[in-house]
Design a protein around this ligand. Sequence first.
Ligand SMILES: *Cc1c(COP(=O)(O)O)cnc(C)c1O
Length: 233
Amino acid sequence: MDNNSLVANWQQVNQQVNDACVQMGGKALSKKVTLLAVSKTKPADMIAVLAKQGQRDFGENYLQEAIEKIKGLQTQSETFDIVWHYIGHIQRNKTRDIAEHFDWVQTLERDIIAKRLNDQRPTDMAPLNVLIQINIDDEDSKSGCLPEALPNLITAIKQYERLQLRGLMIIPDKAGTDAFQRTKQLFEEIKESHPELTEWDTLSMGMTNDMSDAIANGSTMVRVGTAIFGVRD
Ligand SMILES: *Cc1c(COP(=O)(O)O)cnc(C)c1O
């Protein structure tokens, strides 16, 4: 894909996000929906092109590939103001690399991983922003924390000073307004019952095929890959 098409795609996705917000009416307009550009398998050059256009948040799934891109962009003469989100599965022996290179982790589902990320977050970096991935479909094959296990996980994460709990994330199995609505409700319940979570502000749901539906149902962050970067190999 040439750079012009890339920028055009990105602008179109921004427009779509904006349209979905407008459809929600005045209430949603004041709330910002963040566009996370999911750049997995795509080269650092493409990230640089969009960063220059003003795209700030990028999501990566594969750790080695991500770290190469992060380091590569850091060593260029230009400085890029990028916020990096880890959105892949977290292997226990990879937590240090995640803690040392990312600003956000969206796929936290277990205390053992939270504790490691907390212990390994370098002291000269800001606390790591974390989202708890929820298994809202309750299916065996899926990853994510089950809603009934959520209270204990929140209690655990709250003790960790190097982590900042920001909200919830889902990757629903079934395309589904229903999954979005149930996650939104959970998100609001926690917000009400935990006023001490002052940074609880992020509900990450919606991808290329369902971003408008997700926004209509309360998403504050959509994670979009294909619609921006084209299909992956
Ligand atoms: C790949 C991926 C996306 C982006 O998916 P598209 O359908 O390409 O927009 C979003 N979230 C997660 C967790 C992903 O792994």
